[in-house]
Design a protein around this ligand. Structure first.
Ligand code: ASP
Ligand code: MG
Length: 405
């Protein structure tokens, strides 16, 4: 008998008919002789609706209360799915994050999982029940409800698979798998059969929304192969797993983009030790993830410091940076909201030269200006003006031979 964790995203549980479809798939898996743990998201649009209510009630909602509201979306889905399974003659029980004991830290709205008590799940599984767990939510050591960040149900799914040492972890969504780029903006995008954790991490970190980044980190850390598939058909999907020798022969695996960041520039920062610390420490303390950072060559003892942060943290970050800029004697703070980050990703870059040069050549030909550049061993990221995103993605996709034949 195998133990299978299946996670169903918001579009797969968008209405009662779709939840019934999920109930059927789950029971089919169980009746084939498996134990099944199901993780569910909120019905699509529900988390946005809930957060919208909060933002109507209050300009800067309290973070603890926000999580109390946001976590309710998943709770509704767990009970509805259990009921649909009952209706089909199956046995199922719904459990919330605190009931499973998904223990997290206390960083509301982006909490990290610290431990999971798998015993209660095993108890119900051994009774022949399908266990339906609410994704996205946990509980901190003081009993406060926490949530794991947008898309966090993926992480619940992979973390449960790791804790249970499941035989397989399936993430069901509304697309057939992971694509070479977003098929919504490039119709020549292709499904990738197999992708390494490392590439997937880079893709998730630059806006490929199929998997939450932390779910991939969990998968890599505990070696849980993640099978991304559609809940609307039986197609095989994409396997996210450890790198193998065949992967390196492909130079570029995917082109991703992210329109969810903003750029902040601190002008004429005194160029002396400790200044970067003064800018970035309070940002880190506020739990804001800084992504790209560029510091110019200093001229006359001063330099410009430019970096990007998530749009959602923009107000908070700007407040902090404005205060620090005064404190350290910088000239001024500027911000730019109309930017996009385009990234070229592939483990093959380690062994193939010329990817950066080719990227710059392609963009130059299209007359697209590059505002910031950053690289890792397997990724090149560029900040450009957001109105050129689609053009940049499509031309790079073609240039690196990723187009569907
Ligand atoms: N419902 C949450 C969200 O919309 C978590 C998830 O679906 O994974 O972000
Ligand atoms: Mg998702």
């Amino acid at each position: 008998m195998s133990l299978i964790v299946q996670k169903y995203g918001g579009t797969s549980v968008a209405n009662i008919d779709r939840i019934k479809n999920v109930a059927q798939r789950v029971l089919k898996t169980q009746r084939a002789g498996n134990q099944v743990v199901v993780v569910v998201s909120a019905m699509s649009g529900e988390t946005n609706r809930l957060l919208g209510l909060a933002n109507h009630a209050c300009e800067m909602p309290n973070e603890r209360e926000l999580d109390v509201i946001a976590s309710t979306g998943e709770q509704v889905t767990t009970a509805l799915l259990s009921m649909c399974i009952h209706q089909l003659g199956g046995e199922a029980i719904s459990l919330q994050g605190h009931q499973v004991k998904i223990l997290t830290d206390n960083a509301f709205s982006k909490a990290r999982i610290l431990s999971i008590d798998a015993e209660i799940l095993k108890k119900y599984l051994s009774q022949g029940q399908v266990v339906v767990v609410a994704g996205f939510q946990g509980v901190d050591s003081e009993g406060h409800i926490t949530t794991l960040g947008r898309g966090g149900s993926d992480t619940t799914g992979v973390a449960l698979a790791a804790a249970l040492k499941a035989d397989s972890c399936e993430i069901y969504t509304d697309v057939d798998g992971v694509y070479t780029t977003d098929p919504n903006i490039c119709e020549r995008a292709q499904k990738i059969e197999k992708v390494s954790y490392e590439e997937m991490l880079e893709m998730a970190s630059v806006g490929a929304k199929v998997l939450q980044i932390r779910s991939v980190e969990f998968g890599a850390k505990y070696n849980v192969p993640i099978h991304v598939r559609s809940s609307f058909n039986e197609n095989p999907g994409t396997l996210v797993c450890q790198e193998d020798s065949t992967m390196e022969s492909v130079v570029v695996t995917a082109i991703a983009y992210d329109k969810n960041e903003v750029k902040i520039a601190v002008r004429q920062v005194p160029d002396k030790p400790g200044v970067a610390m003064k800018v970035f420490s309070p940002i880190a303390l506020a739990n804001i993830n800084v992504d790209m950072i560029v510091q110019n060559v200093s001229e006359k003892g001063a330099t410009d410091l430019t970096f990007t942060v998530p749009k959602a943290d923009f107000k908070k970050a700007l407040q902090i940076v404005n205060a620090v800029a005064k404190d350290i004697g910088a000239e001024k703070v500027e911000s730019y909201e109309n930017i996009a980050k385009v990234s070229i990703i592939g483990v093959g870059m380690r062994s193939h030269a010329g990817v950066a040069a080719k990227t710059f050549e392609v963009l130059a030909k299209e007359g697209i200006n590059i505002q910031m550049i950053s690289t890792s061993e397997i990724k090149i990221s560029l900040v450009i003006e957001d109105k050129y995103t689609e053009l940049a993605v499509r031309t790079l996709h073609t240039a690196f031979g990723l187009d569907k034949k």
